[in-house]
Design a protein around this ligand. Structure first.
Ligand code: CTP
Length: 129
């Protein structure tokens, strides 16, 4: 059983999110998503997500490619999360290229190319205009 772990806010769910989750899942047998809590997202991005953590959890859990969702409360706890989930592979989008190489001692670290021309921020801006 090969466990893939990935992290993110996944707010205003879009095709870039689905692409990375499906690609991550295809690398193993089980996909675990560490979902940024509302507070953690605020600290990271300087705004609260449009959809609450409870809503974002339900949306991710409803996807065929996602097996388990847990809340990520801080960057500092990433090593503990990976160990607890028994991660074989950590998958991140290549906007994080190199940033998680420190975990190569406990799992493989893979950066997948982002889907071009879409992000939560871009969707919010488009709706606003
Ligand atoms: N992601 C992706 N392709 C995109 C957008 C996001 O592969 N076009 C990936 C990110 O690299 C990350 C995951 O999806 O691994 C969750 O990203 P998140 O930060 O929640 O989404 P963004 O759309 O990047 O949000 P924001 O605009 O708020 O930064």
């Amino acid at each position: 059983m090969k466990t893939i772990v990935t992290f993110g806010t996944f707010d205003v769910f879009h095709i870039g999110h689905l692409n990375i989750l499906e690609r991550a899942r295809s690398l193993g047998d089980r996909l675990v998503v560490g979902l940024s809590s509302d507070e953690f997202s605020w600290r990271k991005k300087g705004r609260y997500p449009v959809f609450s953590e409870g809503e974002r959890i339900r949306l991710l859990e409803a996807l065929r490619c996602v097996d388990v969702v847990f809340l990520e409360h801080s960057l500092e706890e990433k090593r503990r999360y990976l160990l607890e989930q028994e991660a074989d592979v950590l998958v991140m989008g290549d906007d994080w290229q190199g940033k998680f190489d420190e975990f190569q001692d406990i799992c493989d670290v893979v950066y997948l190319p982002r889907t071009p021309s879409i992000s939560t921020t871009a969707v919010i801006e488009k709706i606003r205009l």
